[in-house]
Structure formats: structure tokens, C-alpha cells
Design a protein around this ligand. Structure first.
Ligand code: MRU
Length: 377
């Protein structure tokens, strides 16, 4: 069975509630942009590409099911206002803002036509939003192929042509429309028999690695091991038959024009550790994640989340022997009264990144150490 974070048919949208994974697979109906805003903010749906697609499709569903004005300009104004609102749900991932910009362009063009009507504008919007769902899966498959090829060409394959890789956070089917970005590369290596082993970090504080990536790896029967974030550097030092990492692959929430990359907190530490150990460090992201209007990482706004994500932990009751899925408990794991800093993302400087894997190929730095990302648009 294919893992699906987003289920869509015209007029209907459901999202897999990622807060309940890995213990329960429950879908929530999304009827409107307000529902989507809350689902994104509460992280029931998450991951840069998935956020953008859920937001775009939620508005498509709302438009499909409501009684709209016959006047093109009024429908356009409604769409503009809703897109503006959706963008405010989470600030760091750029895919949503990029999707909103592209959708606005389509709507502007439809509203400017001589035969413009409310329903033409609505149909133009819905068609473009639906196309984003299709494109994201295709782009991820291409990222998987390019990334796997790059790793097999640029890293040590002397162990029967196989490599072991480490990944961080969740970048798979759950974070995208399907297949995944960095996890798509792992999927691609595995499907061609070139993956010895995948390692995934727990990814504190939200545990996207242990809850979601581990869930996807088990689901796909990919040989994999979970580590805590603090074990990564120790793992990179090992040269065993399985524990011999040749590349770290991560996703991105926003790649600035110079290649500086905002991604899940902990990515920066991994890039430093990779450089120290001579291990390749790859960022995998569709072009919708590349933001040429942001010059460098200094200009990226980093979302800060509530301290309770660090001090409290939530999950089904486990009595040391068995799990009781019917009882969800929240327990405190920190000293009461301690101050907390909880940035959701960090910025990895371009100089620590060996390649940016996109759907049109892998971008590497020139001889001066500069990425030319504008060349791929
Ligand atoms: O806070 P999240 O879970 O939305 O963060 C997700 C990540 O940082 C992912 O690595 C990134 O969005 C890439 S998803 C293909």
C-alpha cells in the first residue's frame, strides 16, 4: 500500500494526521483554507512541499463547494485574500509563498481575459492547484534519480557497489505529495540495489525522524537504523560493513540564492560533522524550495515554536512491556521553570553543502565555491 499524506479528488481533501503517527493512521477532512491554516500551524500536515500543496488544494476545495460571485474580479479578490492568509501559517518554508505567487499569476491572467467570469477564474485556480500535486510527485522522482546517480558517482562504492547514507527529519511521502526528496534518493538507491543501509536521526524536538521517517522506512522495508541526533558524529566515524556513511542527504525549507539552506534544526550540526569526516553533504529540494529573492541565509526568517515541544513529550501509554494505543499521555521531561529556546530550523551555509539536488539535476559549486542557482530556472 502506498503511503499517502494527501488524498484529493475535486471538491474533497483529506490529510493524514501526522501528529498521530506512527501509532494511528487517521485522516482529517479539510473543507476550507481556515482548516488548512490550522492543520499546517498545528503540524498535522508538515514538510515544505506538502504544506504548499495542502494549502493550495484546500482553497480549491473551498472554491469548488461554495456559491461564488459571477464577477471575475470579486472571485480574484477572494482568492488573493485567502492566499495571503494561508502564507501566514508557517514562515520558514518558501514553497507555500512560491505556490501562492504562481497561483495568483494564473488567477490574474484568467481575470484579465475578455470573457472573464467568476467561474472561469475559479476553474483556472483549481486546475493550477491540481497540477501542483501532479508536478510535485514527478519532481521528486527526478530528484531521487539524480541524487542516487550523484552519490554512486561521487562517493565510495567499493563495498559491492553499495552505499550507506544518513538522513535527518522527514522528507518522504509524508512531507511531499509523494515519493519524497531526500528520502526519495534513499528510495531510489534501494530500488536499484545500491543501498546498503539507511540511518535516520530522531530529529528532536518534534521527532519527525523517529515517528515519520522511521515509519516510512519500515513501511517500505528499507534496511534502516534509528539514532538520536547526538549520535551522528560518532556514527560518521565508523567504518563497518554497514556503518560506513558516504553521504548525508537532507531536505530543505528554503534555499537562498547563494545556496545557504534553511532546514530542520540539527541540519547545520550534521553538515559540520560531515565536512570534518570528509563525507558528502547533499540538499535535496524541488525548485519550488529555491528562493532567488532571498540573497543569503541571513535573510531567512526562522520559526520559533512553543517551549513545551521540548519540555513535554506525548505518546500512547507504554507500561514497559506493551503499548496501549487507547491512552495518550503527556509527560514532562524537563525541570519545571527552565527557560527554553525552540527554533524549528537552522541555516546551513552553502560552503558546507556539496550539491543541491533538484528535479533538473544536481547543482554543484564552481571553482570559486559559488552555487549558480539562477541557471536552473
Ligand atoms: O517542521 P517540519 O516538519 O515542517 O520541517 C520539515 C523539514 O524540515 C523538512 O526536512 C523539509 O521541509 C523538507 S520536506 C521535503
Amino acid at each position: 500500500m502506498v503511503l499517502q499524506a494527501i488524498k484529493y479528488s475535486r471538491g474533497q481533501l483529506e490529510i493524514l494526521d501526522q501528529l498521530k503517527l506512527p501509532h494511528a493512521e487517521e485522516y482529517d477532512h479539510i473543507y476550507s483554507s481556515t482548516d488548512a491554516w490550522h492543520a499546517i500551524k498545528e503540524m498535522r500536515t508538515r514538510g515544505a512541499p506538502a504544506i504548499a500543496i495542502v494549502a493550495a488544494l484546500a482553497l480549491a476545495v473551498e472554491l469548488e463547494n461554495m456559491k461564488l460571485s459571477p464577477i471575475a474580479e470579486e472571485v480574484k479578490a477572494f482568492i488573493d485574500e485567502k492566499l495571503e492568509y494561508l502564507i501566514t501559517s508557517r514562515p520558514t518554508a518558501v514553497n507555500l509563498a512560491d505556490a501562492a505567487r504562481k497561483l495568483r499569476k494564473v488567477v490574474d491572467a484568467a481575470a484579465a481575459r475578455a470573457d472573464a467570469s467568476g467561474s472561469n477564474v475559479k476553474n483556472a485556480y483549481i486546475g493550477a492547484a491540481e497540477q501542483m500535486l501532479v508536478n510535485d510527485v514527478q519532481d521528486n522522482e527526478a530528484i531521487g534519480k539524480h541524487g542516487a546517480e550523484w552519490i554512486l558517482t561521487n562517493t565510495d562504492t567499493s563495498r559491492n557497489g553499495q552505499v550507506s547514507v544518513l538522513t535527518h527529519c522527514n522528507t518522504g511521502s509524508l512531507a511531499t505529495a509523494g515519493y519524497g526528496t531526500a528520502l526519495g534518493i534513499i528510495r531510489s538507491l534501494h530500488s536499484q540495489g545500491s543501498l546498503k543501509h539507511a540511518f535516520c536521526t530522531e530529529t528532536r524536538p518534534y521527532n519527525q525522524g523517529s515517528r515519520l521517517t522511521a515509519f516510512e522506512l519500515v513501511h517500505e522495508k528499507i534496511p534502516a537504523t534509528l539514532i538520536t541526533d547526538s549520535m551522528a558524529a560518532a556514527l560518521l566515524r565508523l567504518k563497518g560493513p554497514t556503518e560506513n556513511i558516504t553521504a548525508i542527504v537532507v531536505g530543505a525549507d528554503r534555499v537562498a540564492a547563494n545556496g545557504d539552506t534553511a532546514n530542520k534544526i540539527g541540519t547545520y550540526s550534521l553538515a559540520i560533522a560531515a565536512r570534518h569526516h570528509g563525507i558528502k553533504f547533499l540538499v535535496a529540494a524541488p525548485r519550488t524550495t529555491i528562493d532567488l529573492s532571498t540573497k543569503s541565509g541571513k535573510d531567512i526568517v526562522i520559526e520559533e515554536r512553543p517551549g513545551k515541544e521540548i519540555t513535554l513529550i506525548k505518546g500512547p501509554r507504554h507500561d514497559g512491556v506493551s503499548l496501549d494505543l487507547n491512552v495518550v499521555e503527556t509527560v514532562s521531561i524537563a525541570a519545571n521553570g527552565i527557560g527554553v529556546w525552540n527554533p524549528a530550523f537552522d541555516v546551513t551555509p552553502a560552503k558546507l553543502i556539496d550539491g543541491i539536488v533538484t528535479e533538473v539535476g544536481v547543482v554543484e559549486k564552481d571553482s570559486e565555491g559559488v552555487f549558480h542557482l539562477d541557471g536552473i530556472f
